[in-house]
Design a protein around this ligand. Structure first.
Ligand code: ACO
Length: 345
C-alpha cells in the first residue's frame, strides 16, 4: 500500500476553522499613466545621470500622471481590469479598500471616489495608509472580511500619484518614484487555497526615516510650510535601505515558516519595487534565484502601495505566474511598516 503523499504546503488559514471558507484572488489588474519620464529627462532638471540612477537603483524610467488624472482615476482603471478578469460587475463588489499615501484629498477617502467612478453602489469604501506596505495590509484586511462572512467580494487597490509629493529639486528622492495603480478582486472560493498567509508589521520609532512633515494636524499647511518645502516627502536613504532589507527578510521568512515552505518551492517572489540592490540583497539572503525574482522597477520606479499590485498583474499576464503556482509577496515602507504574503495562484 502506498503512503499518502505529503501535502505540498500547510495552509495556516484552513486551521482557523472558518468552515472551509478560503479566499482566492479571482482578478488582477493594473494601470500606469502614459507619460514616461526617463533618467535622461531628469538629467535636465537636477544634477544626476542615467549611470548613477541605474547603478544605485536599477530604475531606468517611471510614469507620471497628467495634471487632471488623479489617484482615484489610476485606481479606477486598475480596478476595472481586475473586475473584468474576475468576471465581477461593480454592483457585486461589497467593499473597496484603497491603499495610498497620495489620496485625491485628505477627505473624503479616495475609495469613495473610486466607488462613484466604478458605479459600485453597494460597496462600503475606505482608504488605508501603510505606505509601500499598503497592498499587503489591504489584502490581509480584505481576507478577514471574507473569512468572517461579512463580505463575499472585496476589491483591494494600491494607487499612487507620488509625482505630486516628490520634491523635483531634490535629486536624492526625485529619481526614485513613479505613479500607477494595481488592483485585485478577492472572493470566497471553496476548495481552493488562494491567500495562505499574510504577515504585517510596524515600528513607529522609525517614523522619521521617511515622511512628509507638513499638511497634517501636527503641522498644518501655511505659507511657511510651503516656503520650507515641507509638503514633499523626505527620506534618510541609507537608513531606509538597511531597515528595508532586514524587515523584508524577517517578514518573508515568517510567511514561509507558517506555510512550512522552503524558498525553493516558491515559483515567483514579488518584492516591493523600490531599489534593485534591496531586491537583490533580500533575494540573496532568502536563497532565491534571480529567476524566481520578479522585477519591473526599471520601467516604473517605486510606486509605493501600487508596486506589488502592478508587479503581480505583470507576472500573471506575462505567464511568469501560472494557476497553481506559489507566490511570495514581500514589502516594506514608511512607518516603518512591512509585510509578506504567500498565495497559491
Ligand atoms: N544623482 C547623483 N548623485 C546623487 C543622487 C542622484 N540622483 N542622489 C544622491 N546622490 C549623491 C549624494 O548626494 C551623495 O553625494 P555625496 O557623497 O557627495 O554626499 C552620493 O550620491 C551618495 O549618496 P548615498 O546616499 O550614499 O547613495 P546610496 O548608495 O545610499 O543610494 C539611495 C541612495 C538610492 C536613495 C539608496 O540609499 C536607497 O535606495 N535607499 C532606500 C530608499 C527606498 O527604498 N525608499 C523607499 C522606501 S518605500 C516607501 O515607503 C515609499
Amino acid at each position: 500500500m502506498s503512503a499518502t503523499p505529503k501535502p505540498k504546503f500547510k495552509n495556516p488559514r484552513a486551521q482557523h476553522n472558518f468552515q472551509g471558507r478560503t479566499v482566492s484572488i479571482t482578478g488582477v489588474g493594473s494601470y500606469v499613466p502614459a507619460k514616461v519620464l526617463t533618467n535622461h529627462d531628469l538629467e535636465k532638471s537636477v544634477e544626476t545621470s542615467d549611470e548613477w540612477i541605474m547603478s544605485r537603483t536599477g530604475i531606468k524610467e517611471r510614469r507620471i500622471a497628467a495634471k487632471d488624472e488623479f489617484t482615484s482615476d489610476l485606481a479606477t482603471k486598475a480596478a476595472q481590469r481586475a473586475l473584468k478578469m474576475a468576471g465581477v460587475t461593480p454592483e457585486q463588489v461589497d467593499l473597496i479598500i484603497v491603499a495610498t499615501i497620495t489620496p485625491d484629498m485628505p477627505f473624503p477617502s479616495t475609495a469613495c471616489f473610486v466607488q462613484q467612478k466604478l458605479g459600485a453602489r453597494r460597496a462600503a469604501a475606505f482608504d488605508l495608509e501603510a505606505a509601500c506596505s499598503g497592498f499587503i495590509y489591504g489584502i490581509e484586511i480584505g481576507q478577514q472580511f471574507i473569512m468572517s462572512r461579512t463580505y463575499d467580494t472585496v476589491l483591494v487597490i494600491g494607487a499612487e500619484k507620488l509625482s505630486t509629493i516628490v520634491d523635483w529639486q531634490d535629486r536624492n528622492t526625485c529619481v526614485l518614484f513613479g505613479d500607477g495603480a494595481g488592483a485585485v478582486v478577492m472572493q470566497n472560493r471553496p476548495n481552493s487555497h488562494g491567500l495562505l498567509t499574510a504577515v504585517m508589521g510596524a515600528d513607529g520609532t522609525k517614523a522619521d526615516l521617511l515622511h512628509m512633515p507638513a499638511g497634517g494636524s501636527r503641522c498644518p499647511a501655511s505659507q511657511e510650510t510651503v516656503d520650507a518645502r515641507m509638503h514633499y516627502l523626505r527620506m534618510d536613504g541609507k537608513e531606509t535601505f538597511k531597515n528595508a532589507v532586514q524587515a523584508m527578510l524577517t517578514a518573508a521568512k515568517e510567511a514561509l515558516r507558517r506555510c512550512e515552505l522552503d524558498i525553493s518551492q516558491i515559483n515567483c517572489v514579488i518584492p516591493h519595487q523600490a531599489n534593485r540592490r534591496i531586491i537583490n540583497a533580500v533575494g540573496e539572503r532568502l536563497g532565491a534565484t534571480t529567476d524566481q525574482l520578479f522585477v519591473n522597477l526599471d520601467r516604473y520606479g517605486n510606486t509605493s502601495a501600487a508596486s506589488v499590485g502592478i508587479a503581480l498583474d505583470e507576472a500573471v499576464s506575462s505567464g511568469k505566474v501560472k494557476r497553481g503556482d506559489l507566490i511570495l509577496l514581500v514589502v516594506f515602507g514608511a512607518g516603518l511598516t512591512w509585510g509578506a504574503a504567500v498565495i497559491e495562484w
